[in-house]
Design a protein around this ligand. Structure first.
Ligand code: NAD
Ligand code: GLY
Length: 360
């Protein structure tokens, strides 16, 4: 078992990586004397993870909870689902001292965190991630929210969880494609802040492609260390936290234009390919950096090209509604080397279109 801390003063919280037996007592301690609502989705339930959690809670004499099972998928990451969760919380008699628990991937995690942020003006919540993407990224850092038809995550709140705990055994039921989505965010950490981690990934693609649990445990820990460090330095994204958005500006645009048929992780991989192309065109980094990043993504069976028939103008238009922009136009995170990035405001639109055409 490994425990890290997200250091945010009196709102600090642990990230516990191990299995349910390692952290169930700590979870029950946090829930003691309060009601809770576990929120999960149909796939996580079908894989047996909800039942395992419910049994473990009961075995530790905590029974004051109810469970809510949502339909899976980004198309349900809406305000309507937030309302559905809030109504279920009322029905389950959650009060201001109660707790919501997200047991699933980033969609349920973001929705649950947001519902907790606004239910009775804010109650506590706990993240129990069950996808690689949620374990290495979305469960940590307190960004919560829902999508609008106009764009991804346009409604939301910063609301830090009380605890993040992963049972690595849950990843054994994760479909291969979901592992690969998570790997896009793992590669992101190497590119934005840790060239040694990038090299570790490059040298271990076989283990990554065979889903070696021991190796995954190692990369999850390092990814969480990276994320916890960035969040502790800039919780509300006033500056440096924005580096975590590498690949996300183009990524969110293509995700939205695909009507969310393109999963987040794959969209981020394409976004990183577009960003490094632009960085090369702007002389911010060498072609070697682009080749190294794209080779790793390709070896991990992640896309580095836009979906066929993509409309470059429509992508740029969608990027303009990204909430990461400031009044100075489109803001993007661009690499200067493997392990180093720079936040660029007011990106030249014509050059951006050339970069996007370069990854068509
Ligand atoms: P997801 O939550 O949709 O989960 C992917 C799929 O895997 C779903 O079908 C789910 O039902 C299924 N699943 C989950 N756990 C499983 C398991 N153990 N076994 C079998 N199936 C399982 O997607 P995701 O990739 O986890 O998260 C993507 C979301 O996270 C996006 O909405 C994105 O915007 C958000 N996100 C948020 C942050 C943040 O900081 N808050 C960061 C990155 C991404
Ligand atoms: N995934 C971006 C962030 O947490 O800031």
């Amino acid at each position: 078992m490994n425990t890290l801390t997200v250091d945010l003063g009196d709102r600090s919280y642990p990230i516990v990586l191990g299995n349910t037996a390692d952290w169930i007592e700590l979870l029950c301690e946090k829930l003691s004397g309060r009601t809770a609502l576990i929120i999960t989705d149909e796939n996580v339930d079908a894989a047996g993870h909800l039942e395992k959690l419910e049994k473990a809670l009961a075995a530790n004499n905590y029974t004051d909870f109810q469970s809510l099972i949502l339909p899976p998928g980004e198309e349900h990451k809406s305000l309507a689902t937030v309302e559905f969760i809030a109504k279920a919380a009322v029905a389950a008699k959650l009060d201001r001292k109660s707790c919501m628990i997200a047991l699933s991937g980033g969609v349920v995690g973001d929705l649950t965190g947001f519902a907790a942020a606004i239910y009775m003006r804010g109650i506590e919540f706990i993240q129990l991630p069950t996808t690689l993407l949620a374990a290495v990224d979305s469960s940590v850092g307190g960004k919560t929210g829902a999508d609008l038809p106009e764009g991804k995550n346009l409604i939301g709140a910063f609301h830090q969880p009380q605890m993040v705990a992963l049972d690595t055994d849950t990843l054994s039921t994760l479909p291969e494609t979901e592992y690969r989505n998570g790997l896009a965010e793992v590669v992101k950490y190497g590119m934005i802040m840790d060239k040694d981690f990038f090299a570790l990934l490059q040298n271990n693609t076989e283990k990554l492609n065979s889903f070696d649990p021991g190796f995954y445990a190692k990369i999850i820990i390092r990814s969480c260390e990276c994320k916890a460090g960035v969040v502790a330095g800039d919780e509300r994204e006033q500056g440096s936290r924005a580096i975590l958005n590498y690949g996300h500006t183009v990524g969110h645009a293509v995700e939205k234009l695909s009507n969310f048929a393109l999963p987040h992780g794959r969209a981020v991989a394409i976004g990183m390919a577009a960003a490094v192309r632009l960085a090369v065109l702007m002389d911010l980094c060498s072609k070697d950096v682009e080749a190294l990043q794209n080779q790793l993504l390709t070896e991990l069976k992640l896309p580095t090209r836009l979906p066929e028939n993509s409309d470059v103008d429509a992508i740029v238009q969608a990027m303009k509604s990204d909430k990461k922009n400031s009044s100075g136009g489109i803001t993007m995170v661009l690499p200067t080397a493997v392990g180093e990035v720079k936040i660029v405001k007011g990106v030249d639109e014509e050059l951006l279109k050339t970069a996007l055409k370069g990854v068509l």
